[in-house]
Design a protein around this ligand. Structure first.
Ligand SMILES: C[S@@+](CC[C@H](N)C(=O)[O-])C[C@H]1O[C@@H](n2cnc3c(N)ncnc32)[C@H](O)[C@@H]1O
Length: 413
């Protein structure tokens, strides 16, 4: 029998969730055809996994734990600090076609952060060389994000700098741009910086540095991957928001809805119920869009939200609350078993109490995928039985910890 060469895929995930990420990807592949028995070892808390497949394809949209989906083409296991550029360029030259963007990436770990100063220095150098070789197009948006926690050592060797006449410049740490994918100094640019990158239709080129001395070279399809460096849609913390939880809902809105859907589904004058609302970070996101919110929680709402004209705070049990009439949105961040929250969401949709929902499912310590399957499967089954057309997406967002966020919206038949 003919032996097929395995195709390797590189997936980024939240550190600590590597087994879940690999398990989910392999399961998706297995639904197409049997997967290879021998898989690359999982490195605990590394923030990435590699899976080896035959001809199966993976769908980024359907993966909950994967932050990014990259087809891995080449691994440079030993990268000399004296000249990283030459072997990387040689590996890229062997890839067919041209690329729409170059993203240099590191694991989302403390060790990874120490490498981001190096990638920031290396980016223009590699970019210039690739442009010269005709391998890179449309690079206007390709600067790497500075990182607050970055080490101030550049990690760039003399040899690397000399190859393209690169002159290191002093780093400036602008707190306001530190969370952004693109360095920006004007307020409009600052507003743009929290958005995912603009992409062309050409594949993106990813150079991932798991550590200082190795590099993984891969490509992503802009239509089947995350449009953000490291798969992280960063958000700036609004100073007026009452809790950091606000970032979860802000990110969910960016990740699950495109611009036109955001405009259509989050309009001034709409109504929402926020279950488990206190101290008010999610309510704040809705209120700032002019949405009237019934905030249900026995705990207190914080700051100006407590007396905001668009907020009605009810000290009630979120599992017993029923709205007087249909609302546009249900959002729910109550800390409860995923099965219990899923059941509640089913009830709301079956009763026609809301049109759209964003909710958080807190994950158990073990068997996370099993718990998620059961919760999401239960919702699908119930909505199918009720004849409700819907679209549902679940992701472990950057701002999610031991949890995932789900978007559910009714669609026309
Ligand atoms: C993670 S916090 C919510 C944070 C909130 N989303 C924010 O952005 O500020 C969970 C909240 O759920 C509330 N909660 C838990 N069980 C509840 C229940 N059965 N009914 C109402 N609220 C509940 C807690 O009081 C707590 O305030």
């Amino acid at each position: 029998m003919q032996k097929t060469t395995p195709h390797h895929w590189l997936l980024y995930c939240r550190p600590g969730f590597e087994p879940d990420c690999a398990q989910e990807a392999l399961r998706q592949a297995r639904q197409q055809r049997p997967v290879l028995a021998e898989q690359p070892a999982i490195i605990a808390n590394s923030g990435y996994v590699i899976v080896a497949l035959n001809e199966q394809s993976l769908s980024y949209r359907e993966l909950i734990f994967a932050r990014q989906l990259i087809r891995l083409h080449h691994t440079i296991a030993v990268l000399s600090e004296r000249d990283r550029l030459t072997p990387i360029l040689a590996a890229i030259a062997a890839l067919p076609g041209t690329f729409g963007a170059l993203w240099l990436e590191v694991p989302d770990t403390n060790d990874g952060k120490t490498l981001s100063a190096f990638t920031r220095r290396f980016q223009p150098l590699l970019e210039a060389a690739l442009r010269e070789h005709g391998k890179l197009q449309d690079t206007s948006k390709n600067t790497i994000c500075p990182d607050k926690t970055t080490s101030h050592s550049t990690g760039l060797s003399k040899g690397d700098s000399q190859v393209a006449g690169y002159e290191p410049v002093e780093e400036g740490h602008d707190e306001k741009t530190a969370d952004c994918p693109q360095k920006a100094s004007t307020s409009s640019a600052r507003a743009e910086k929290i958005l995912p990158y603009k992409t062309s239709h050409l594949p993106r080129l990813h150079i991932f540095f798991p550590d200082k001395s190795s590099a993984l070279i891969g490509t992503s399809d802009p239509h089947n991957s995350a449009a953000a460096i490291m798969g992280i849609v960063r958000q700036s913390m609004p100073v007026e928001a009452p809790s950091r939880s606000t970032l979860k809902l802000a990110e969910a809105i960016e990740v699950f809805m495109d611009r036109s859907e955001q405009t259509r589904l989050l309009r001034q004058g709409m109504t929402a119920v926020d279950l488990g609302a206190a101290p008010g970070g999610w309510t704040w996101q809705l209120v700032r869009r002019g949405i009237r919110v019934t905030a249900v929680d026995n705990g207190p709402m914080k700051g100006a939200l407590a007396k905001h004209p668009l907020v009605e705070h009810l000290k009630q049990d979120g599992f017993k609350f029923a709205p007087r009439k249909t609302v546009d949105w249900l959002v729910c961040d109550m800390v409860e078993k995923p099965s219990k929250v899923a059941k509640l969401i089913e009830e709301w949709f079956a009763a026609g109490w809301c049109r759209h929902a964003i909710f958080n499912l807190k994950l158990p310590m073990k068997q996370r995928l099993v718990a998620l399957d059961s919760a999401l499967g239960g919702i699908r089954k119930r909505l199918d039985e009720e004849g409700i057309n819907y679209r549902m997406m679940a992701k472990q967002l950057y701002h999610d910890r031991e949890e995932v966020t789900v978007f559910l919206t009714k669609t026309k038949g």
